[in-house]
Design a protein around this ligand. Structure first.
Ligand SMILES: [Zn+2]
Length: 180
């Protein structure tokens, strides 16, 4: 009778699970997230930029104009007439700016910045154990981050796949993978 081991498929030859390792964003994902952050910042900054300062300035102007109009502090009549008109205009501007200030566009929270998460030796060994046989290419994309350049090359170590002739090393994300 066979024993049921439901998690055996998820584990690699070294007993490590894919879930045990962090997510490694690729260079394309990082660039895409950077564009999303820039778009978010543009949208956020372009929401009524003047509204907050406009409401505060209009409130101060209204308060000063009303104070000068209703108190015997100079300048008095006939200056009280333009002062009251100024107070009314400033009050209207204050209400408009205040409403715009409250009506900021809702663009959601700022997207989180992505960065390169370096691969550990244990993770590299785990991934090499799972990888399909790959022929040698002088220049190829890194399977971890997608960086395309001539990656560093070294002799395969004893604990790396037996079929491999060389091990490639990415300088960007420190991913290592085997090539025949
Ligand atoms: Zn890489």
């Amino acid at each position: 009778m066979a024993l049921v081991r439901p998690s055996s498929e998820e584990r690699g030859p070294d007993g490590a699970r894919r879930d045990d390792f962090p997510h490694h964003p690729t260079l394309v994902e990082i660039a895409q997230r950077q564009r999303e952050i820039e778009a978010w910042e543009t949208l956020n900054a372009d929401g009524y930029r003047f509204a907050k300062s406009g409401a505060i300035v209009a409130f101060v102007v209204t308060a000063v104009a009303v104070f000068l109009t209703v108190t015997p502090v100079p300048p008095n009549w006939p200056w009280n007439v333009p002062m009251s008109i100024l107070a009314i205009f400033a009050a209207v501007a204050m209400v408009v700016c205040g409403l715009l200030w409250l009506d900021q566009p809702r663009v959601g929270p700022r997207p989180e910045l992505l960065g390169i998460v370096p691969f550990s030796r244990a993770e590299n060994l785990h991934l090499m154990g799972e990888q399909a046989i790959e022929p040698y290419y002088a220049s190829c994309p890194c399977p971890g981050c997608g960086d395309e350049c001539t990656h560093l090359l070294r002799r395969t170590a004893d604990d790396e796949p037996q079929w491999a002739a060389v091990t490639r090393h990415c300088r960007v994300c420190e991913r290592e993978w085997a090539q025949a």
